[in-house]
Design a protein around this ligand. Structure first.
Ligand SMILES: [Zn+2]
Length: 152
């Protein structure tokens, strides 16, 4: 039971749980991992063309921030900061937007808690451009490798 109306996972499969398990999602999306810890997984956002854009998720399936344990919430914030620092060093953006949605009313799309790490550029189209087609895995893996060099 959640506090909010949540998006329905497509045909019962959670793509982020697939990512945690190392499987491709139903849509055939492999995960370009930047950082994995015991409680979190950080990877390149597969559908938004935005250099260095990342998602930080809990490994356990928890729909919203309110469903996390204190330990998971702390780990997500710790690793969000680590990822943000690394992406800033790797891409030298003009700014950084960090956000997290809970419930359909907030624009939540995949009902598994995730933090958006968005490097911002003076000429970008805003922090939340429309999702496009899946960025090829090789391209995302290159971005992940570049960011990994700066993970502390
Ligand atoms: Zn999940």
């Amino acid at each position: 039971m959640s506090y909010f109306e949540l998006p329905e996972p497509r045909r019962g499969r959670c793509p982020f749980c697939d990512n945690v398990a190392g499987r491709e999602t139903e849509g055939g999306v492999g995960c370009a991992v930047v950082l994995e810890t015991d409680l979190t997984l950080t990877f390149v956002e597969p559908r938004r063309k935005h250099p260095g854009r990342l998602l930080v998720i809990s490994k356990r399936h928890a729909p919203t921030l309110l469903d996390l344990t204190d330990e998971e919430a702390a780990a997500i914030m710790r690793d969000t900061r680590r990822a943000a620092l690394a992406v800033t060093r790797a891409f030298e953006p003009d700014g950084l937007t960090i956000y997290q949605n809970n419930g359909v009313g907030a624009g939540h799309e995949i009902p598994h808690v995730h933090m958006h790490v968005v490097p911002r550029y003076h000429d970008d189209a805003g922090a939340n451009p429309r999702k496009g087609s899946v960025i090829p895995y090789e391209e995302r893996a290159e971005v992940a490798a570049r960011i990994k060099l700066f993970i502390e």
